[in-house]
Design a protein. Structure first.
Lengths: 110, 114
């Protein structure tokens, strides 16, 4: 079962638009990771967040972890076709097992 | 940085065949390795967690006799899909980590069973 819920499940946006993807857990997250992927290909590491309230940015992507460390958001500014793919959050929920979120499929229309 | 090598990257075989996928940590000793499966348009589902020298811990719903995992050394884990059938066709990806360090992922294996 997946204990990390992502929303939305899929997203279609016009190029240049901003968008946000959410990742929610019922448990405290000790290390929240964001990855990008295309089906059948490897994972591209985006960012890791550990501290409550932490925020990191890389190019046009910003990720935040809330103070309670149960929710994270990934925000893309001025989206481009190169941002298209599957976005996955992941976290160590039990101390030894790493689980992925339900995934968000992003399509950017030129 | 740390690298995890997964082999083969693509395999096509006939129904009933057993297929072995290797996952190697190239420049660190992996105390724990993970195996995931992904179907089209879905996320990665954890199949099992493998600690070196001990039996793998399988997630609920994953058949341990179907998916044999061996973690014989600190740098190698193997996943064998026994008597594979078309419904086993999927994308399999491994990851490895040392202690509480972040995971490093392989590039995955696309398995197609005819």
């Amino acid at each position: 079962s997946q204990e990390l819920e992502q929303s939305p499940q899929s997203l279609i946006v016009q190029e240049g638009k901003n968008l946000t993807i959410n990742c929610t857990s019922s448990k405290t997250l000790y290390g929240l990771y964001w990855y990008k992927q295309k089906y059948g290909e490897g994972l591209i590491f985006l960012m890791m967040l550990q501290k409550g309230g932490e925020e990191k940015s890389h190019e046009k992507i910003t990720a935040k972890l809330d103070e309670k460390k149960q929710q994270s958001s990934l925000h893309i500014t001025a989206s481009q076709p190169s941002h298209a793919g599957i976005y996955l959050c992941g976290a160590d929920l039990t101390g030894n097992q790493f689980y992925f979120g339900t995934g968000t499929s992003l399509t950017v229309i030129p | 940085g740390a690298v995890v090598s997964q082999h083969p990257s693509r395999v096509i075989c006939k129904s009933g065949t057993s297929v072995k996928i290797e996952c190697r940590s190239l420049d660190f000793q992996a105390t724990t390795m993970f195996w995931y499966r992904q179907f089209p348009k879905q996320s990665l589902m954890l199949m099992a967690t493998s600690n070196e020298g001990s039996k793998a811990t399988y997630e609920q719903g994953v058949e341990k006799d179907k998916f044999l995992i061996n973690h014989a050394s600190l740098t190698l884990s193997t996943l064998t899909v026994t008597s594979a059938h078309p419904e086993d066709s999927s994308f399999y990806i491994c990851s490895a980590r040392r202690g509480g360090q972040p995971q490093h992922f392989g590039d995955g294996t696309r398995l197609s069973i005819l």
